[in-house]
Design a protein around this ligand. Structure first.
Ligand code: ATP
Ligand code: MG
Length: 428
């Protein structure tokens, strides 16, 4: 009797070796670029107090209302798997006394968890690259963050993305707008779906974000936020636009862009794509000047964005700019116990001498024919062959495996590392 198979958790994916090259390309590009823009990596826990997300993201959001993985641990603490990274980074900045007027440009990458309906581009465990600038009030950092995301697409070779921006104004300006919006939606109560009716009092702005097709024309006719912006927010937004113009970054102003989370103020932006179907947001961000004090820290302006790694990987697949799956460079073929031991020693010396190259030893024995089959499959350009006879004479056979890569040669074991290095430099 065979044991029953354990199923993977719905909406949580394995990233297989065949896909990993794209993930690594994306992560390395992000790391290099964030370094170049002077952002520092930090890491925060995957689990936080449930209250953190309730207070940061807001009770009347999809995330808090229905998407959180919350549980009570053995000590009776109410905890949640993080649905996003901003709240955790802000909590960490407060917990570690990092504020006190200081400024920080931070980023992190890792898994997020939301109990959503799994579909193409929407998962229950997904990954974000999260970038936060804490302690900056002006529109210059808003422009820099957008420029950074723009440079990221350029480096990745992704061009089917477009930038939308909007300003939500200050909390006061939003309050005035909210009153108008509540009145408007109340007048259209019959058209509102159940979720929207519940949000009417708690957070009417969220209704604008609804994807329900039956509500779209009613939403399209609702009053828009830009009419309620305060003078300072208007100026902030105008300066941001001027900076984007001078950087040559194209954008459109979307007055209905309100973002799904509650904590935003002033600048919000989103990169959308037409290449992935319904899940069109690949990178979303905004300013959250009120969040830090709301979480018990001293009032500090801040702005950040998060990029959905799976969706960017899907764009990379279409752009085909990512490297192929990794292949071996050298494969060591060896037969006889002493020769196998020597081949391990040689492989180690090669790995030390040629960092970045992939050196594969033959594992599990087999005759020469079987070993050469494995060598071919490894993708290696060069096989090094070591039998009992070679070992006795202190030599190794160097066999190029690709058409036109030169002749086979016998080289001395004592100088094999140099000879292999020279062979690879001749190939370049
Ligand atoms: P959406 O409108 O697609 O639900 P969101 O507004 O909930 O996105 P954010 O919370 O701002 O998204 O997260 C930032 C980015 O993370 C999104 O732009 C998207 O690329 C990605 N993302 C969000 N939720 C998921 C998910 N369930 N699966 C995969 N990626 C996701
Ligand atoms: Mg969402």
């Amino acid at each position: 009797m065979t044991a029953s198979m354990i199923q993977p958790v719905k909406g949580m994916n394995d990233v297989l070796p065949a896909e990993i090259a794209r993930w690594q390309f994306l992560e390395e590009t992000a790391r290099d670029l964030l370094h170049a823009y002077a952002f520092d990596e930090m890491r925060v826990p995957v689990v936080e107090q449930t209250d953190l997300f309730k207070r940061a993201i807001g009770e009347y959001t999809d995330v808090v209302e229905k998407e959180m993985y919350s549980f009570e641990d053995k000590g009776g603490e109410r905890l949640t798997l993080r649905p996003e990274a901003t709240a955790g980074i802000v909590r960490a900045a407060i917990s570690n006394g990092m504020l006190r007027g200081a400024r920080h440009k931070l980023w992190c990458v890792g898994p997020m968890f939301r109990h959503e309906k799994p579909q193409k581009g929407r998962f229950r465990q997904f990954h974000q690259i999260d970038v936060e600038a804490i302690g900056f009030a002006g529109p210059d950092i808003d422009a820099e963050l957008i420029a950074l995301s723009n440079a990221f697409w350029q480096r990745l070779g992704i061009n089917r993305v477009a930038l939308q921006i909007n300003s939500l104004g200050t909390a006061e300006a939003r309050r005035a707008y909210r009153t108008q919006l509540t009145d408007y939606f109340r007048a259209h109560y019959d058209t509102l779906d159940e979720d929207s009716r519940r949000r009417l009092e708690g957070n009417p702005l969220r209704i604008l974000d609804s994807k329900n097709p039956t509500m779209q024309s009613m939403i399209a006719a609702a009053p828009t936020l830009p009419d309620y912006l305060d003078a300072e927010s208007k100026e902030h937004f105008a300066e941001l636009r001027a900076m984007l113009d001078s950087l040559g970054i194209a954008y459109s102003v979307n007055p209905r862009l309100v973002r799904g989370l509650d904590y935003y103020s002033r600048t919000v932006f989103e990169w959308v794509t037409d290449a992935l179907g319904a899940q069109d947001a690949v990178c979303s961000g905004g300013r959250y000047d009120g969040l830090i004090s709301q979480l018990g820290g001293e009032a500090t302006p801040a702005i950040g964005f998060a990029m959905g790694v799976e969706r960017v990987v899907a764009l990379l697949e279409q752009a085909e700019t990512a490297p192929k799956a990794p292949q071996a460079d050298v494969y060591l073929v060896a037969q006889g116990a002493a020769a196998v031991r020597e081949s391990f020693r040689l492989a180690d010396a090669l790995r030390r001498a040629m960092p970045g190259r992939r050196v594969e030893t033959n594992l599990g024995g087999g005759n020469f024919k079987a070993q050469f089959r494995r060598a071919d499959r490894s993708g290696a350009e060069l096989a090094l062959v070591l039998g009992e006879n070679e070992l006795e004479r202190g030599v190794v056979q160097m066999k190029p495996l690709r058409e036109g890569a030169g002749e086979a040669a016998e080289i001395s074991l004592t100088t094999a590392v140099e000879a292999v290095g020279q062979w690879f430099s001749r190939q370049e």
